[in-house]
Design a protein around this ligand. Structure first.
Ligand SMILES: [Cu+2]
Length: 448
């Protein structure tokens, strides 16, 4: 099955047999997603119209109308999530995946959200940023008792403002969020002509600490996470943001990790148009090419996709665009390991010296890895290794992409004269006289 097929709406949706028949008074169907592929936008079948969002490597939770109330059913449960092809994590999430499905509704809607707890301990759902009655706020012990294992609680409130919000547990929060429990909640404006866009992408920043060869995150980690994820997915298997030239595009980025992430997008400047506190008035929107997403916050930015190309989008903390890395690896830049290599190879014939000229060689090298992990930097582009991991993807702006088409169009073909090329003329004096090895080991001030 190729990506285009997976992208057809609802392809990965599994109706749970017993609940498939929606009863007007019973629980609404609890939809389950069985794939980490990006699902096509879910258009509303009733109620006010809106332009739905696309969650990268995610999906939107279906709803049903019960009278005038929009009903959803979230199931908190252990899940197996493919962080990348070849790496599965045993997480806690919602309705089959971590991150959980995106909830979409419209300003003025009344929502009723059933939350069934299939975890081994109590949980709650806190609706981050939403204006609602205190008793619906989801803080265990403060707003209401924790939802015991096996029980279902009902949250019900009016959506009195539009914007981008998040949901996550507020009971044993540290453990449950470290295990992957979080999702986004988009409330579309009642007026569909308010700040309309053609494409509306969602990214939830999260992070895990999973030792290579293992499956379960270490929940006590505070700083040294080794997997920096978007919607519980790492590069090279975060889907691209596919855009038609001329589209108005919004990217909404929420951060439920324990550090800030400066999200940088190449090829464009953009304006910050929304936070989890609400929409930014036009006169107050400021231009950026990187937007810092603070901890426990959401920022949305917008741009018009005028410039064709493959544009990198990534966290600008360079350690966050790496996969599982050992932070204790010593730095060998400038160290001549030739003699040492000979000695080590007497005992360990496969020994490969690395890092003496930087670490780019790691991206090309095929080393044997433990099961269930992927290399620290990886991903192949049309011109070689991309040497990235973690929080990295590509905005692919093309001509002639259909409105509902989010399938990968392949790599951008640079027009003649629009790509950097090798200089084949004479080289300057210093470069021809010194080998790269001597340049490397010179003391910084030895050239005078
Ligand atoms: Cu980051």
């Amino acid at each position: 099955m190729n990506r285009r097929q997976l992208l057809t709406a609802g392809a990965g949706l599994v109706a749970t047999g017993a609940m498939a028949k929606a009863q007007n008074i019973g629980l609404p169907e609890a939809a389950v997603m069985n794939t980490a592929a990006t699902q096509a936008p879910l258009r509303p079948h009733s109620g006010p119209d809106y332009n739905p969002v696309v969650t990268l490597n995610g999906w939107t939770l279906p709803y049903r109308m019960n009278g005038n109330v929009k009903e959803f059913h979230l199931v908190a449960e252990p899940v197996e999530r493919e962080l990348a092809d070849g790496m599965t994590a045993y997480l806690w999430g919602y309705n089959g995946q971590s991150t959980g499905p995106t909830i979409e509704a419209v300003e003025g809607d009344r929502v009723r959200i059933f939350v069934t707890n299939k975890l081994p301990e109590h949980t709650t759902v806190h609706w981050h940023g939403m204006i609602l009655p205190s008793g619906m706020d989801g803080v265990a012990g403060l707003s209401h008792p924790g939802i015991p294992p096996g029980k279902t609680f009902v949250y019900e409130f009016d959506l009195i403002k539009s914007g981008t919000f998040m949901y996550h547990p507020h009971g044993d929060e540290m453990v449950q969020m470290a295990m992957g429990m979080m999702g986004m909640f988009v409330v579309h404006p009642k007026d569909p002509t308010f700040m309309p866009v053609d494409r509306d992408f969602l990214i939830m920043l999260n992070a895990f600490d999973i030792d290579p060869g293992t499956y379960i995150p270490r929940v006590m980690t505070m700083n040294d996470f080794n997997l920096w994820t978007w919607n519980s997915r790492i590069f090279p298997d975060i889907d691209p943001l596919v855009v038609n030239q001329g589209d108005r595009v919004r990217v909404r980025v929420g951060n439920l990790t324990m550090t800030n992430h400066p999200i940088h997008m190449h090829g464009y400047d953009f304006k910050v148009t929304c936070t989890d506190g609400g929409w930014v008035p036009e006169a107050a929107q400021w231009p950026e090419v990187s937007i810092d997403i603070p901890v426990g916050a959401m920022r949305a930015y917008e741009f018009t996709a005028d410039h064709l190309g493959d544009w990198a989008i990534h966290c600008h903390k360079s350690h966050h665009t790496m996969n599982a890395m050992g932070h204790d690896v010593p730095t060998f830049i400038g160290v001549d390991k030739r003699q040492l290599t000979g000695m080590i190879r007497k005992h360990q014939p496969e020994y490969m010296p690395m890092g003496t000229a930087g670490m780019a060689d790691m991206a090309e090298m095929s080393m044997e890895l433990p099961d269930n992990t992927i290399p620290m930097m990886t991903g192949w582009g049309p011109y070689g290794p991309i040497e990235m991991g973690g929080m990295f993807s590509v905005v692919k702006v093309r001509n002639g992409i259909d409105a509902d088409d989010y399938s990968d169009p392949g790599w951008y073909d640079n027009p003649p004269g629009e790509q950097a090329y090798e200089w084949t003329g004479e080289l300057p004096e210093f470069a021809s006289k010194n080998s790269s090895q001597t340049l490397l080991t010179q003391k910084p001030n030895s050239k005078g």
